[in-house]
Design a protein around this ligand. Structure first.
Ligand code: MG
Length: 208
């Protein structure tokens, strides 16, 4: 039986159009690595313009021009041959609960288009990720990696660079490097290089 893998979406498969929309709204030129905190709107948007900003982004599709992370699709496609992959992703914006329904639809359409080899029956849209029994979980937020999972992988991101190796070691979490640009190469090395030769997918071509 294939091992079960829970896979996050935002900041792992893609960056949504959120930051480009912040730049459009504020007339700024931020790049993602300018931020250290997860909720970049709390930093980039003045409090007195928050409501105006939420109204502005509610009219847009955050996944229309999402940026897919380097090597994400090709690596997930290879992993899908040897692992039983479930998408496990929150669709709630805690700063805009009423407007969050759109995120479910837009994320659903993004996944259908970009990961056609994963059946939509395997999409799990929830913030309560520790409910599930699985063998492997990949997520960029430490707070999501608190379930009973054998192999937990922290995907590198702008907001988790300062988490120490010691903290991860104590929590039994593997770090897929320190730079999101190389995250998928690292994940490939972690999850594919350790397989027995007979289990390796035929299109396997990862090298350390
Ligand atoms: Mg995420």
């Amino acid at each position: 039986m294939k091992k079960r893998l829970l896979l996050d979406v935002d900041e792992v498969i893609c960056f949504t159009g959120f930051l480009p929309l912040i730049n459009e709204f504020m007339n700024t030129n931020y790049v993602i690595d300018d931020f250290k905190d997860y909720f970049i709107d709390e930093i980039a948007i003045p409090k007195d313009r928050f409501e105006e900003f939420n109204n502005f982004i509610n009219k847009r599709n955050l996944y229309e021009n999402a940026y897919v992370l380097p090597h994400a699709i090709e690596t997930i496609k290879i992993l899908n041959e040897v692992y039983d992959i479930y998408i496990c992703s929150s669709c709630i914006n805690p700063f805009d609960i009423k407007g969050s329904g759109k995120l479910f639809l837009n994320k659903y359409n993004f996944l259908l288009k970009n990961l056609p080899f994963i059946k939509p029956e395997k999409y799990i849209f929830t913030s309560v990720k520790n409910l599930f029994i699985a063998d492997i979980q990949i997520d960029d937020r430490l707070s999501n990696l608190d379930g009973n999972i054998e192999t937990k992988i922290l995907f590198p991101s702008y907001h988790n660079k300062e988490i120490t190796d010691n903290e991860l070691k104590n929590k039994g979490i593997i770090r897929a490097g320190y730079d999101w640009k190389d995250g998928w190469r690292e994940v490939g090395n972690i999850l594919l290089n350790d397989l027995e030769n007979s289990d390796k997918p035929k299109i396997y071509n990862y090298h350390k």
